[in-house]
Design a protein around this ligand. Structure first.
Ligand SMILES: [Zn+2]
Length: 157
């Protein structure tokens, strides 16, 4: 998404949890504890991924996007489908998105990443775009320089 910024990736932490599970320091009961709320959020708003669950390996993981931010008011903390996020990103100045992966089979769940979305992120984007526009703009003004002397001749008449 265009306004995505301040991305925090939690894949290292996930790998650490999986390692602890493999060594028996953490039990499957501790990590496969998806709440009923998370499960229903995954069912209604989740995005199915191509990734197999690292625990049961029988279901694909579902990504749930939770949104937080003052501008969201009563919607803060709710799960939203991925397709709703670009609309919100153009409407709101800034909000936080937490992506949680869930297995609807065994209940494995883990934070995947977090990032900011919203119109405030367009400041950097438009600066880049303005740079490109300036190059295009100077090319346009160079070609527009053609009729200018004619106008000057007309003025002399
Ligand atoms: Zn699973």
């Amino acid at each position: 998404m265009r306004t995505q910024r301040q991305v925090v990736d939690y894949s290292l932490r996930k790998r650490a949890v999986l390692r602890e599970l493999a060594t028996g320091r953490v039990g499957a009961y501790d990590v496969c504890d998806a709440s009923p709320y998370l499960r229903s959020a995954a069912r209604f708003h989740g995005e199915t991924t191509d990734e197999r669950c690292p625990i049961c390996r029988s279901e694909n993981l579902t990504h749930v996007h939770y949104i937080y931010g003052d501008e969201l008011r009563q919607s803060a903390g709710q799960a939203r489908s991925l397709s709703e996020l670009p609309v919100l990103a153009m409407t709101l100045r800034e909000f936080q998105v937490f992506v949680v992966e869930v297995c609807l089979g065994c209940g494995w769940n883990h934070l995947v990443e977090q990032f900011l979305l919203g119109r405030d992120g367009l400041v950097g984007g438009t600066e880049d775009g303005a740079g490109q526009d300036a190059v295009g703009g100077s090319a346009t003004s160079a070609s527009a320089a053609g009729p200018a002397p004619r106008r000057r001749r007309e003025a002399q008449r």
